[in-house]
Every structure is written in structure tokens, then in C-alpha cells.
Write a protein that binds this ligand. Structure first.
Ligand SMILES: [Zn+2]
Length: 159
């Protein structure tokens, strides 16, 4: 017997944080590779530092310097690949966010009257149709409240 459902299948959640895997910029395998690179690179740096310090022979010191350079490159490439992949993931999500349809924002008459809304706990007032508050729970904010509480007006929508 096959059971079908119209509900979309959500991606698996990570065991520790409970967040969806697609919410995280790196896969566990990428993190393991970066950590492994950091460990190997650090070990090579420490070993070459200690070994170079125990010899007075310049040729030996240059050899250990080469080992240290390789260790640094392994260390940096693991972290660099992680940063590069994270940067790509953030850019991809930014494009998806910009191309997505704006969520309908319910604007009450009171909000429309004041012309400003604010996400609770923030210091920035936005226009009700601002991209930065779409889909968020907002509260109407009067001009007097903005002045009185020394709130900031959003640079994106108030411009
Ligand atoms: Zn805004």
C-alpha cells in the first residue's frame, strides 16, 4: 500500500541543533575536511617549529621551513575552502531571497496611519512594505515614538 501526501518533504534535521541541513552553509563532510586540515596543518607547523629550533644547520632549518610552509598551506586551504563555500551559500540564499515573492504583509489602518512599523526588540523603524520586515511580526510605531526613543529610520525604505 502506498500513501501519498501533498505535504512537501522537509530536509533532514541535524541531530544536535535540530536545524534543517539546508539552513547550514556547510555539510558535515566539509566541516570534517576543514577540521582535519586544521589539525594536520597545526601539527606540521608545531613539529617544524620545534625541529627547526633544535638544529643549528641552515640546510636542516630550511627543510623544516618547507615543512612549515606545507603545513600552513594545508591549514589555510581547509579554512579557505570553508569560507569560500560559505560565501557562495550566502550569495545563493541572497539571490533566492531577492527573487522570492514578497510575503503578504498585513497592514492595519493604524499602521498605515503612522507609516512606520518596527520589529519588536529592534531600534530601526521601517515602512510597512519594506523588504527587510516582510513576513515578520511588526508593531506600529508613531513618529513621536521614533523621536522619543531615539530610534533609527531604515536606510533601505526611508531613503
Ligand atoms: Zn526598511
Amino acid at each position: 500500500m502506498t500513501v501519498t501526501t501533498d505535504r512537501p518533504v522537509s530536509p533532514p534535521r541535524t541531530p544536535r541543533t535540530g536545524r534543517r541541513r539546508q539552513d547550514e552553509p556547510w555539510t558535515p563532510a566539509q566541516l570534517r575536511i576543514a577540521v582535519l586540515g586544521a589539525v594536520i596543518g597545526t601539527v606540521l607547523l608545531v613539529v617544524s617549529w620545534v625541529a627547526a629550533g633544535r638544529t643549528a644547520d641552515v640546510d636542516n632549518q630550511l627543510t623544516w621551513l618547507s615543512v612549515a610552509i606545507v603545513g600552513f598551506l594545508i591549514f589555510a586551504s581547509g579554512g579557505g575552502a570553508l569560507l569560500l563555500h560559505g560565501h557562495r551559500a550566502v550569495l545563493h540564499r541572497w539571490v533566492v531571497f531577492l527573487e522570492s515573492e514578497p510575503a503578504p504583509v498585513r497592514v492595519t489602518e493604524r499602521q498605515a496611519d503612522t507609516g512606520w512599523v518596527r520589529v519588536d526588540g529592534t531600534r530601526r523603524a521601517h515602512r510597512p512594505d519594506c523588504q527587510l520586515v516582510r513576513g515578520k511580526r511588526v508593531a506600529p510605531t508613531a513618529d513621536a515614538e521614533i523621536e522619543e526613543r531615539n530610534l533609527l529610520r531604515c536606510e533601505v525604505c526611508a531613503g
